[in-house]
Design a protein around this ligand. Sequence first.
Ligand SMILES: Nc1ncnc2c1ncn2[C@@H]1O[C@H](COP(=O)(O)OP(=O)(O)OP(=O)(O)O)[C@@H](O)[C@H]1O
Ligand SMILES: [Mg+2]
Length: 317
Amino acid sequence: MNDVLVIGIATVDAIARTIDEFPKPGGLRFFDQLALSTGGCAINCSLALAKLGVPCDTIARVGTDMLGDFVVAELARHGMATDGIVRDASTSTAFSFACVASSGERCFFHTRGADDRLCPADVPPEWLGGRQLVFVAGTMVMEALDGEPTAQVLAAARAAGARTLLDTVYVEAMPRAQWQRRVLPALPYVDYFVPSHAEATAISGLTDVAAIARDFQACGARNVVIKLGAEGAFCRSAEGVEQHVPAFRVPQVVDTTGAGDCWSAGFLVGLREKLPMAEAARLGNAVAAHGIQASGATAGVKPLGDVRAFMQRGAGS
Ligand SMILES: Nc1ncnc2c1ncn2[C@@H]1O[C@H](COP(=O)(O)OP(=O)(O)OP(=O)(O)O)[C@@H](O)[C@H]1O
Ligand SMILES: [Mg+2]
């Protein structure tokens, strides 16, 4: 059993380029190239951990379809445990069709499939014992886990001795009441709440990061980190210490897909090594800085030794 457990969403992404226009009903258009990759915060984070050289266990739900086989095969190919991946014959694996325009801009069609059915029963109590860190990743698109059920899982993880983390995904045009219903019940059981700035704003209705973090702490979260894209991350500890941890500058940003999940992998490694929160966030920034320099969510992530050498060089931080 590994001391890190990641629970959450698994998807397969088909990335099609170049698509500048859609066909009319009944029509057909060509595009140049199709690439298939795994996605979803839990799988991205687990694969980033694998590339860092830190094994973890992963709990997610996929279909019994070929896309589900693909998710399992990708984890196995990177040496990760797959026995926590629940196969569900009643639905399809969550799937995104990403259309990349010649401008580089992407638009997505997504079906939530099996992610909507991931539930507390998929997290057996014996899977929570002996963990140092339990991370739920993908709140907002897990119909059967968001809200109270997540609170239940995190409470059990804490009772078993783990520190808990929670991350959300951004869903456009979602009313604030929905964000709150799906997030707030879990916060009293969260040791590190790590949303992006857009998600944090959607939940709280606030934009100032310090005010947002205080708001989440008033709702029960112990420590809060708000991911700020090219600006890095803002941390507010349980004791009220606030720190802005700047991002690393990179020569070329190739693809920011999964940046937040690479960040989470680095942050988990830092916490696992008992680093102070801001140091763990800096490691998160460094792993994310690798992730964004290659196409694909985790393709740019290097072994931990290389990431540390990059940090020591002070690479633009
Ligand atoms: N342009 C950039 N330059 C340097 N670092 C970046 C850049 N964009 C993102 N990062 C790094 O990636 C981290 C996570 O990015 P972001 O805040 O966009 O998360 P997110 O919105 O959760 O991402 P995701 O789309 O993967 O969910 C940042 O905290 C930062 O360390
Ligand atoms: Mg994210």
